[in-house]
Design a protein around this ligand. Structure first.
Ligand SMILES: C[S@@+](CC[C@H](N)C(=O)[O-])C[C@H]1O[C@@H](n2cnc3c(N)ncnc32)[C@H](O)[C@@H]1O
Length: 285
């Protein structure tokens, strides 16, 4: 099964994109360490040009811009207008001298990038949504200089990610399971199989593809009460859609189940911490 990019554009400009904007600080606090680890792997150097695919609200683009400095350039590309609006605002506030960052609202699968413009391509969870991943990565590869490098992170399977399974299993005690998507369907878990990621990148022309496990605890809702954390989980977390579609009379009982399930992973000062298992993917042109 595939989901075309027009549907993704609608999705990321609709409720999902708006929810991400609302909870941007929460999401960023959780994902920042992971992005930092992948930025360290890419190791951008002062003066380099870096492309951030699916940059969302732009936090990683700002991190990359700090590394390349005023002589470098970071381009964040995304299809979500509301998320890019946050990115532009943050860039304006980040550093008045920061002229080395730009955001483009476009589909990275088809956008006519300037050929050989970039030294590196980065993404934190922005490359699993392409209708045709080989075409998308071939297009992105064209934007890289000879020997240019790629580093991104994506999710390992849902089943090995307690951040996904713990709240979901609790909700499923009361709600029907959502329809299962076939493997490789564009979405968060499209790249859950390491061999498939290697196949996609190799078919797109990349060399030296390495897909390595990266474990990173996910800390969600630092400073919030357990009830507030579960409220956020049903708005933007792994059970959002399931709960949104649940009958009215089950809304609170589901929340109560999830509260019980995540309570062992909650601490008042740090919020909810659950393990996350990701792939860190590197390659070169
Ligand atoms: C899970 S979010 C990650 C956002 C950001 N990288 C972060 O880590 O906070 C996925 C992002 O990919 C973007 N995206 C999805 N398909 C895209 C495409 N074809 N071209 C560019 N961006 C895309 C979405 O709009 C969304 O901002």
């Amino acid at each position: 099964m595939t989901i075309d990019n027009a549907t993704q554009i609608e999705f990321w400009n609709g409720e999902t994109g708006r929810n991400w904007v609302t909870h941007d600080a929460l999401m960023e606090a959780m994902l920042q360490p992971l992005g930092e680890a992948v930025i360290n792997t890419l190791a951008p150097q002062p003066g380099e040009n870096i492309l951030d695919i699916g940059c969302g609200c732009g936090h990683t683009s700002l991190g990359l811009a700090d590394r390349v400095g005023a002589d470098g350039l970071v381009t964040g590309i995304d299809i979500s207008a509301p998320m890019l609006a946050v990115a532009s605002q943050l860039a304006g506030e980040h550093n008045a001298e920061l002229s080395s960052i730009q955001f483009v609202e476009a589909d990275a699968q088809t956008h006519a990038f300037e050929p050989e413009r970039y030294d590196g391509v980065f993404s934190r969870f922005g490359v699993m949504f392409f209708e045709d991943p080989v075409a998308a990565f071939a297009n992105i590869r064209n934007a890289l200089r000879t020997s240019g490098r790629l580093a991104f992170c994506c999710w390992q399977p849902r089943a090995v990610n307690p951040f996904m399974t713990v709240p979901a299993m609790a909700a499923l005690e009361l709600l029907p399971a959502p329809p299962e998507m076939p493997p490789r369907t564009p979405g968060p878990f499209a790249f859950e199989e390491a061999d498939y990621v290697t196949e996609v990148l190799t078919s797109a022309g990349f060399e030296g593809v390495a897909v390595t496990p990266l474990g990173q605890p996910l800390t969600f809702g630092r400073g919030l009460s357990l009830t507030d954390i579960v409220e956020r989980l049903v708005q933007i977390g792994p059970i959002a859609q399931m709960v949104r579609e649940a009958p009215k009379d089950l809304q609170q009982p589901v929340r109560d189940k999830v509260i019980d399930a995540v309570a062992p992973f909650y601490a008042e000062d740090s919020g909810m911490t659950l393990d996350g298992q990701f792939w860190q993917v590197t390659a070169r042109k």
